[in-house]
Design a protein around this ligand. Structure first.
Ligand code: G
Ligand code: G
Ligand code: MN
Ligand code: NA
Length: 253
């Protein structure tokens, strides 16, 4: 209750900000994009991480206005970076099932992109597998999003319902292998087998794969051997505030 009211006020007072975590080509170390991650800067409690408020925002429906702000702000920032002459990068935004099920979702995205003047090609949305529980309902929405030119990636891949047999029928672009499989990929045969299977099968059906949660050089080496192209994780960079992200991009160029 208390936190719910605080969250309601925080949305009105705009106490949120975004951090950006780089995504890289793991063989060239070239930056290919960034994931926007929300943080709440509470006036008394300081920075509150999303694990403390996203599920509350979802259960109360506050994720709808909050999610709209996150989409708008990440698109606005991406456009600003393009205009400032930074390399053109795609921004990935996490979208909750609740937002995805909002009948105005596609209209809202269109309006935001139009207002900001950002080409849809530079936007990617990250959805978890829970979205795919009801395919009859999901596929037309995914197609609508993709027809705009927006990319779609499946977040935390491997932890939910999907099997590669039905993934092949979905209008998606990228599988994001869950960090739980990356953590011990260099030590555990089972994790390694799962990661290899995802990489190779994704390749045959024409999807991109990115690994999240890369923390060490051992991870990079094990994943490169398996033919993985893209990655993200503390080994490269933590999520960064705008200024630090600009610095990262400048040093990476
Ligand atoms: O950002 P952090 O690194 O702490 O993320 C923790 C969890 O919160 C992750 O599951 C992440 O997907 C989720 N999360 C972070 N930012 C957002 C956001 O902007 N929207 C939604 N829906 N979830 C987010
Ligand atoms: O659910 P989602 O994949 O969107 O959430 C990403 C979460 O993982 C965020 O909380 C982000 O800060 C965190 N994260 C990103 N890179 C790493 C990493 O290398 N190690 C760990 N432990 N967490 C990471
Ligand atoms: Mn994500
Ligand atoms: Na994830």
């Amino acid at each position: 209750r208390l936190l719910e009211n605080a969250l309601r006020k925080a949305i009105k007072k705009q106490e949120f900000y975004l951090e950006y975590q780089p995504k890289l080509n793991i063989s060239t170390n070239e930056i290919i994009g960034m994931e926007a991650l929300v943080r709440w800067n509470h006036p008394d409690l300081g920075t509150i991480p999303p694990v403390k408020f996203i599920s509350l925002a979802e259960s109360t429906g506050l994720i709808i206005p909050l999610g709209e702000w996150i989409l708008r702000e990440s698109c606005r920032q991406t456009k600003e970076w393009q205009e400032k002459g930074y390399p053109q990068l795609r921004v990935s935004v996490n979208v909750s099932v609740r937002q995805f099920e909002d009948p105005y979702f596609i209209e809202k995205i269109k309006r935001i992109l139009h207002e900001i003047g950002l080409d849809p090609h530079w936007l990617e949305i990250e959805l978890t597998e829970s979205v795919f529980a009801d395919l009859k309902h999901t596929v037309p929405i995914l197609e609508g999003i993709r027809n705009l030119g927006i990319h779609i990636s499946v977040d935390d891949f491997g932890t939910g319902y999907s099997s590669l047999s039905y993934i092949k029928h979905l209008p998606i672009d990228t599988l994001k292998v869950d960090q739980s499989f990356i953590k011990d990929v260099h030590l555990n045969h089972q994790s390694k087998a799962i990661v290899s299977a995802v990489i190779h099968l994704a390749e045959t059906i024409g999807l991109n794969v990115i690994a999240e949660g890369i923390e060490t050089l051992e991870h990079v080496e094990a994943l490169s051997k398996d033919g993985l192209k893209f990655g993200q994780g503390y080994f490269y960079s933590r999520p960064l505030r705008c200024e630090a992200f600009e610095e990262f991009v400048t040093n990476n160029a």
